[in-house]
Design a protein around this ligand. Sequence first.
Ligand SMILES: *Cc1c(COP(=O)(O)O)cnc(C)c1O
Length: 427
Amino acid sequence: MTSRNQELFTRAQLRIPAGVNSPVRAFRAVGGTPPFFERAAGAYLWDVEGRRYLDYVGSWGPMVAGHTHSAVVAAVQAAAARALSFGAPTEAEIELAEAICRLVPSVEMVRLVSSGTEATMSAIRLARGFTGRDAIVKFEGCYHGHADSLLVKAGSGALTFGNPSSAGVPAATAAHTVVLDYNDIGAVHALFAARGAEIACVIVEPVAGNMNLVLPAPGFLDALREQCTRHGALLLFDEVMTGFRVATGGAQQRFGITPDLTTLGKVIGGGLPVGAFGGRRDVMQRIAPLGPVYQAGTLSGNPVAVAAGLATLALVEAPGFQQKVEGATRALIDGLSAEARKAGVVFSAQSIGSMFGIYFRATPPASFAEVMQCDRERFNRFFHEMLDRGVYLAPSAYEAGFVSAAHGQAEIEATLAAARAAFAAVA
Ligand SMILES: *Cc1c(COP(=O)(O)O)cnc(C)c1O
């Protein structure tokens, strides 16, 4: 008998490429049939077969307050009853902009958009328009959405131009993107020494969360700040994932670095489509209609999405929120490490704020190359052992995990009980 999940997956694949609207959802990395979800509450998801899962994906980051939080749902319902969209100014947009600027002080002015991809794409255009330069610098393994100029990974040498990592990206576009190794301070110095005057901006995930979780090495972010300042390039922190997660004020608060531009997404929409880019006032004033850099959006600042974002940020900045979710995340990774040790599995884990990484290698990786050394086959088996026990981890060894404020002691203990059996099964 085919399951309802299998039935839907088969049907989906007839009309949607691979049956999904974003690639990782297809479970290609781990194999098997993805559950089709029906509802969610707090730390839990339910699929169409009525199975319950403890969720460590959190819609890939946004659900930091937990699913269907009553305050967020009420705000969305009230906003939806007033209007779905105006395409014209509202007071709530100012409130969200003010909240962002208050929580992330390097952001003096901000534009709202509808996704992280739109935010980074627009911020790159702004950096180029402001500096009058074309080259941008990114780091291997960092994901900044799917705009052409950012879909480029490393060439071999630190000073070589990148090749597109997707079909359909013109070589001429990719040629303006220089890719360096994450945490390689020497390569940053060498590049700026050779070509500093050509570089519009450096874009970086200040904590990398799209190649599993990789922390910035001591001095790495400082070196980016120093080199950008010295050579007149802008430093762009892509905090779409880390914003309001690594700390209330994002990674820039945690590490004490002030970027020129910041991109946000995920948490600021609380589960609805919101992105934002902002930063120095003199740079943001180059945006149309104040300046010559064009950027626009029919649904930008959508009142329903803004309501979800405002309600979520109000929860996030409440006293004790960050400490609670951070404590739960640490308890999770300490417990997982202890269970792996008992089972004799080569494993390591780490967390920062409410993001975590689990690695089937002895120590947490510090670079893309080290991430690639993880035992992916063992992760895939572990993933399915956990899924069978009702724990939903990201279906790839190369994604960070997310904890929400709805993950309490009972949820962590249930996860560790499942992990005990799962580690034993993959040992
Ligand atoms: C998710 C993500 C993006 C892209 O955001 P979308 O809303 O998926 O377009 C960009 N940058 C980082 C760091 C992300 O984690």
